[in-house]
Design a protein around this ligand. Structure first.
Ligand SMILES: C[S@@+](CC[C@H](N)C(=O)[O-])C[C@H]1O[C@@H](n2cnc3c(N)ncnc32)[C@H](O)[C@@H]1O
Length: 307
């Protein structure tokens, strides 16, 4: 376990994931290799791990950690390229695919990364620093209405219009370049007991938008099914309702064999179910885990099997 991040629902996720000790597994969100290290412990010498993270620091850390290990291939790629990675590795199918979404504690706690409203840093929020658009670009250039839509859609923030109006007023006199400036604008608008929640929602919204997190997730799910072996499992841990809804709806749609007469009145669409749910309801962390690791509190694990 790394001091950079405590892996969430480690045993639960891997008990579902590993169905063959000699199998090939894909960890889509390598991070600080908490889950990946445990996957390796559970595999025998024929087993292989392929893992990826879009964040360079996480990738470099884990590359050093696994430098001496055989049977491990790591990529500094967006997980939506899972099918491309499989091709590069000459792997037709993975035996299991894991994604532990969101950000690591290191990304959140590192004052320089600008992911948190708790410390002052450049308003950046990119996990992949090669991407062009930062959170500051959005806050300084988006029209008032578009900014409000980002806060509402990706942060479910009810005061989105009020906040975007104030940002647009403030930025005419001074460009908003730091997390501290944004925090101060929002803190002036919201009563103190709501400030933390509002700030979390606004930072979440900007982070999701800057990194196109929901678009990448959907593409990842789509591409995963192309490279998941029949009988193999896809295990996804989510941390907020927007990403959980995408996983839930995707799994549900892929388990449906026939569309209802209302959806397909002429019975023209024939599609095969590609998944079956291993658990109908999401699994959540135990009280003990949440007590030990507060960041696990919102986690939900969903698991489905390729058929
Ligand atoms: C919750 S952390 C994973 C922690 C990891 N399971 C561990 O135990 O150390 C999520 C990781 O996903 C990465 N990530 C987020 N979006 C990504 C994407 N689209 N492609 C690849 N990695 C991504 C983040 O950079 C972060 O390191």
């Amino acid at each position: 376990m790394s001091e950079h991040h405590i892996p969430v629902m480690l045993n639960e996720s891997l008990d579902f994931l590993i169905t063959d000790q000699s199998g090939v597994y894909f960890d889509a969100t390598l991070g600080f290799a908490g889950h990946s290290s445990e996957i390796l412990k559970r595999l025998n010498t024929n087993g292989r791990l392929v893992a990826s993270d879009v964040d360079k620091d996480a990738f470099e850390f884990s590359r050093n950690k696994f430098a001496e290990k055989s049977g491990v291939s790591l990529y500094n790629f967006n997980y939506s390229f899972i099918d491309v990675i499989a091709k590069i590795e000459s792997i037709q199918f993975f035996d299991g695919i894991l994604a532990d979404l969101g950000v690591s504690s290191f990304q959140l706690d590192n004052p320089e990364s600008g992911f948190t409203y708790r410390s002052n840093a450049l308003l950046d929020l990119r996990m992949d620093k090669t991407k062009k658009i930062t959170a500051a670009d959005i806050v300084n250039t988006f029209k008032e209405e578009d900014l409000a839509n980002v806060f509402y859609k990706y942060g479910e923030e009810k005061n989105s219009r009020k906040i975007s109006k104030s940002i647009v007023e403030k930025r005419t006199s001074q460009k908003i370049e730091t997390t501290g400036q944004l925090v101060s604008i929002i803190s002036d608008l919201v009563p103190q007991n709501f400030q933390r929640k509002t700030l979390s929602r606004i930072f979440q919204a900007l982070r999701i938008y800057v990194n196109d997190e929901l678009g990448s997730l959907l593409l990842f799910l789509e591409n995963s099914l192309k490279v998941l072996k029949k009988g193999g499992r896809i295990v996804v841990i989510t941390y907020h309702s927007l990403e959980d809804r995408i996983v839930k709806d995707f799994f549900k749609a892929e388990t449906i064999v026939n569309l209802s007469p209302k959806e397909d009145p002429l019975g023209l669409v024939k599609r095969e179910a590609r998944l079956k749910l291993v658990k109908r309801k999401p699994i959540v962390p135990t009280d003990v885990e949440v007590g030990d690791n507060y960041r696990a509190r919102s986690a939900k694990l969903r698991v489905a099997e390729r058929i």
